[in-house]
Design a protein around this ligand. Structure first.
Ligand code: PMP
Ligand code: GLN
Length: 387
């Protein structure tokens, strides 16, 4: 029989699914795949339920409900002072994942180079390749995860079509600095390229650090796509609702990809996300404040268990160096061991690398009830005390 796509045939099952399965199979506390462990805001769930009961039950507009697109434009103005035309510059997608796919399919021609920052979120490489792009990787390295501007400069060329990156960064938990963002903007402009900015953790930053979209930098509005996710901002990852902001000349082809990939996104969820984005500032600051308490709690628990923890400036992930507890195997073996023997699941950071050669860090998700975080770090402490 003829072979299927080489890229997808050779792909592994995503590490998030694998680790969640392992957690289920072993009964381990799942700090692996990134998701909160509560139901999410009741007002949004009620609105979604009401919208299902009352209808309509037919296709919403292809670009998204007008009221949600208006709410996305207003959100851009409120938090970033961006003036966005909701009719020509906003589109609703089925999660940030679909928004990313639409961008890559719509902006890349086969042979175009795409600059990516490694470690990278799992769907970036296969989707860039499937769109015909040639990945050019620039690595940020722990513990500081600083962006090497020379390496970034070297990765750009006249063949660069776009840079795709994520800030606040999963899994590095880094918020890109003003200087780094300015350097990215300069290179994008110098090479007449585009930027696709995965900003799903835009509201999850700590210690007074704030997220500044690349789109706000001088000359970047015309070249930047900005992607958000209701799954992250409203702590309901099952709600695959993404929102994409882009200049009209980029949104036009991106919307053509969307019309063939999903065409639209469930109406009831769009209706509830409209309510979500329209909430007052206290909701958004409360999200980060609540997670900052949890970050500090897990950091203290992991340190107490003997781990060297990595700084977390944003996102709901914290990574540890597994060598700090005397483990000299790789991160995948470590995750197998702690799931089966300590009763806690994590994610090996090597999964975020093309060659899996950085393999002594493990990521834990701390968007969980405090008691769950205490139980998990307590189990790790007991396990490593006995090793
Ligand atoms: N990008 C990053 C960096 C993420 O962590 C996630 C979370 N799954 C996504 C994109 C996808 O978001 P969504 O669930 O809205 O598709
Ligand atoms: N973004 C989530 C994480 O990093 C997982 C998303 C998924 O399972 N595809 O854990």
């Amino acid at each position: 029989m003829k072979p299927a796509s080489t890229i997808f045939s050779n792909a592994q099952v995503t590490v998030f699914e694998t680790m969640s399965r392992l957690a289920m199979e072993t009964g381990a506390i799942n700090l692996g795949q990134g998701f909160p462990d509560d139901l999410g805001p009741e007002n949004l769930r009620e609105r979604a339920a009401q919208a299902v009961v009352e209808g309509p039950s037919q296709y919403p507009p292809m670009m998204g409900l007008p009221e949600l697109r208006q709410a996305v434009a207003a959100h851009n103005k409120r938090f970033y002072d961006l003036d966005i035309d909701w009719q020509t510059e906003v589109m609703i997608t089925s999660g940030a994942t679909e928004a990313l796919t639409d961008c890559l399919l719509a902006l890349i021609n086969p042979g175009d180079e795409v600059v990516l920052i490694e470690p990278l979120y799992d769907c970036y490489l296969p989707m860039v390749r499937r769109a015909g792009g040639i990945p050019k990787l620039v690595r940020i390295a722990p513990p500081g995860w600083d962006l090497d501007i020379q390496a970034l400069t070297d990765a750009f060329s006249d063949r660069t079509k776009l840079i795709l990156f994520n800030s606040p960064h999963n899994p590095a938990a880094k918020v890109f600095s003003d200087d780094e963002l300015q350097a990215i903007a300069d290179l994008v402009i110098r090479h007449d390229a585009y930027a696709v900015c995965d900003e799903v953790y835009e509201h999850i930053t700590f210690d007074g650090k704030t997220h500044k979209p690349l789109m706000t930098y001088p000359g970047m509005k015309e070249r930047t796509v900005r992607i958000g996710s209701a799954g992250k901002t409203f702590s309901m990852t099952a709600w695959k609702v993404g929102y994409l902001t882009a200049p009209a000349h980029l949104l036009a082809p991106i919307s053509k990809a969307h019309q063939y990939v999903t065409f639209t996104t469930p109406r009831n969820l769009q209706s509830a996300v409209t309510l979500g984005l329209s909430q007052n500032d206290a909701y958004f600051t409360g999200l980060a404040a609540d997670l900052q308490v949890k970050r500090d709690l897990i950091a203290a628990g992991l340190e107490d268990a003997g781990f060297a923890v990595m700084p977390t400036e944003g996102t709901y992930f914290m990574s540890v160096d597994i060598r700090s507890v005397g483990f000299d195997g790789d991160d995948v073996a470590f995750c197998e061991m702690i799931a089966r023997q300590a009763g806690v699941a994590g994610i090996p950071l090597s999964a975020f690398y093309q060659e899996a050669d950085v393999n002594h860090f493990v990521r834990f998700c701390f968007s969980k009830q405090q008691a769950v975080l205490e139980a998990a770090t307590g189990k790790l402490k007991a396990f490593f005390a006995g090793v």
